[in-house]
Write a new protein. Structure first.
Length: 214
């Protein structure tokens, strides 16, 4: 296994976990890689668009965690890995893939990372981003309208039928598995500084371990 240090970042929809991930990756340009749990939604090629749009994407069973675990182990073994890409505009996997190279730090980001014990066990540091529900829904509406071409009506229906109940049943409960809880995620400058300092120290420890093997 390599000296890759895996940072898992989880939290509810619109919590700021992506903003936190971007902020931390910006501190470690050239020294980090990223795997998004969202890209591991299961393929549903046999279903129509309307059928796919009605699926519950906030339930743990919506994810192909077996494939994610396989890919994580490849990366941790020092192998570059072709990871899937998910197209939210069509509710299905895209044809292209994303090449993830091994790096000193691997950021793993997703809604339900900490629900699966196998994923938890592969995270050396588990961060849960905790943000008020009213802030999260406002961010989700803005994102889904601008980035994913959704209507307000479809966003409201999905939020009430699956997002909110699944958050309460699975996402919120997974918070107990976190090492660190960060309010407001990428908007919390103090937390970013503290976490970045710890990760920088971890990179140096990894380099020292490599030097001792020579």
């Amino acid at each position: 296994m390599t000296n890759t240090f895996v940072v898992g970042i989880a939290g509810g929809t619109g919590s700021g976990k992506s903003a936190l991930t971007r902020a931390l990756r910006g501190r470690f340009a050239g020294e980090s890689s990223l795997v998004m749990h969202d890209n591991y939604y299961r393929r549903n090629d046999t279903l129509t668009y309307d059928q796919r749009s009605r699926l519950n994407y906030d339930h743990p069973d919506a994810f192909d965690n077996d494939l994610l675990v396989e890919h994580l182990d490849e990366i941790l073994a020092g192998q570059a890995t072709e990871t899937p890409v998910y197209d939210f505009t069509v509710h299905n996997r895209a044809a292209q893939t994303n090449l993830v190279e091994p790096a000193p730090i691997l950021f793993l980001e997703g809604l339900l990372l900490f629900h699966d014990e196998r994923l938890r066990d592969r995270c050396h540091l588990r961060i849960y981003v905790d943000t008020d529900a009213d802030v999260r829904i406002l961010r989700r509406v803005k994102r889904d309208v601008i980035e994913r071409g959704r209507t307000i009506e479809s966003i409201e229906q999905q939020y009430l039928e699956t997002v909110k109940p699944m958050h309460e049943r699975y996402v919120e409960r997974s918070k107990k598995h976190a090492h660190i809880i960060v309010p407001e995620g990428g908007y919390n400058a103090t937390a970013i500084e503290l976490i970045a300092g710890g990760l920088a120290a971890e990179i140096e420890r990894g380099r020292a371990r490599d030097a001792n093997k020579l």
